[in-house]
Design a protein around this ligand. Structure first.
Ligand SMILES: [Zn+2]
Length: 341
């Protein structure tokens, strides 16, 4: 009798498992519940047999039966839950519940502006060139005609990696010009965007790290008029067709003649405001015709080729466009600022 009950317990378990596996809807599941787990079902029948046993035999079989009962109930509930979800399908998802809103990443305003500036120049046929941020003094100064003893080479301005080896963090993107010209003959039409470093004490308009974009165009017959046309086209593509430009005479060792160029104020469009100090103009950066001395350094024939170069500070333009009053805000990574872009 004892072994008989044990056999029947095993049989019931496997019958129940295969019946559950075949059940494909809630109706079939209910039939299984009645047949196996109902008050007059097969499991209850085995408990009935248990009543006719005694002693150790009764205890052992009772334990087996109770374990089976727990297991059957658990497996049954799982199957019921999975069939229930299937039968509800999509409608089981409650669309009225409030969702979890995650943070969406954004591009940094400097990244966005850099990309826009690059695409303006690329549309005019300029190619993006890259150069190292760690430079020798030769590329950062000498080959750009910045003589030893020139104030720009002052230790106050330049961050040296190794003073004896004359290795510096580049103070401008101009050395990229030299690398490019050393490696290819004219025509050259490049922009070189990138990080620059200077030994500045951070304040509202100075940061020890900042971004510049350098432009260079060298070919036969390139003139100052080409420079003006390029800067004007760039300004109007980036900022709107009503932007005007003007050039003021200046001096840089690597260009001759040199100029500084201004845009009509981006805020008041030239009418006069606090940002442009009522002048209607904002200073952007420097430009000029490449000094023949620079061509000598890279082996270009200054009798045959002419070229123009220009630079611009990306942070400066971003501050003007976005009305950001302090350059340090670009590097603080404060999400309250960043999420406005
Ligand atoms: Zn203004």
């Amino acid at each position: 009798m004892k072994s008989d009950l044990k056999t029947r317990i095993r049989l019931l378990e496997s019958d129940f498992d295969s019946a559950l596996a075949e059940a494909s809807d809630l109706q079939a599941l209910e039939q299984i519940r009645i047949r196996f787990l109902g008050r007059k079902g097969l499991l209850a029948g085995l408990f009935g047999i248990l009543g006719s046993l005694e002693g150790d035999e009764k205890r052992a079989s009772g334990h087996l039966l109770n374990t089976l009962k727990d297991k059957m109930n658990t497996v049954f509930s799982e199957k019921a839950r999975s069939l229930d979800m299937q039968s509800h399908g999509e409608s089981f998802f409650d669309h009225s519940l409030p969702g979890n809103i995650g943070y969406i990443g954004r591009l940094h305003p400097l990244t966005t502006l850099l990309r826009e500036i690059k695409s303006c120049f690329q549309s005019m046929g300029f190619i993006v060139a890259q150069g190292p941020e760690i430079e020798t003094e030769y590329y950062n100064f000498d080959a750009l005609n910045i003589a030893r003893g020139h104030p720009a080479r002052d230790m106050q301005d330049t961050l040296f990696i190794d003073e004896e080896q004359e290795i510096v963090l580049r103070t401008h993107t101009s050395p990229v010009q030299v690398h490019v010209m050393e490696n290819q003959p004219p025509p050259v039409r490049i922009i070189a965007p990138g990080r620059c470093y200077r030994r500045d004490t951070p304040d509202a308009t100075h940061s020890p790290v900042f971004h510049q974009i350098e432009g260079l165009y060298v070919d036969e017959g390139v003139s100052f008029a080409d420079l003006k046309g390029t800067i004007l086209t760039f300004a109007q593509r980036l900022l709107g067709s009503d932007i005007k430009i003007r050039f003021r005479p200046s001096f840089f060792p690597f260009t001759e003649p040199s100029a500084e160029y201004d845009f009509s104020c981006l805020i008041c469009r030239g009418r006069g405001c606090r940002v442009c100090k009522q002048s209607g103009w904002v200073e952007i950066s420097g430009a000029g015709m490449v000094n023949p001395a620079v061509f000598d350094y890279v082996g270009y024939d200054p009798e045959r080729y002419t070229g123009f170069a220009f630079g611009m500070g990306v942070e400066r333009i971003a501050m003007l466009i976005y009305g950001i009053p302090d350059i340090r805000m670009f590097y603080e990574n404060d999400v309250r600022l960043l999420k406005q872009f």
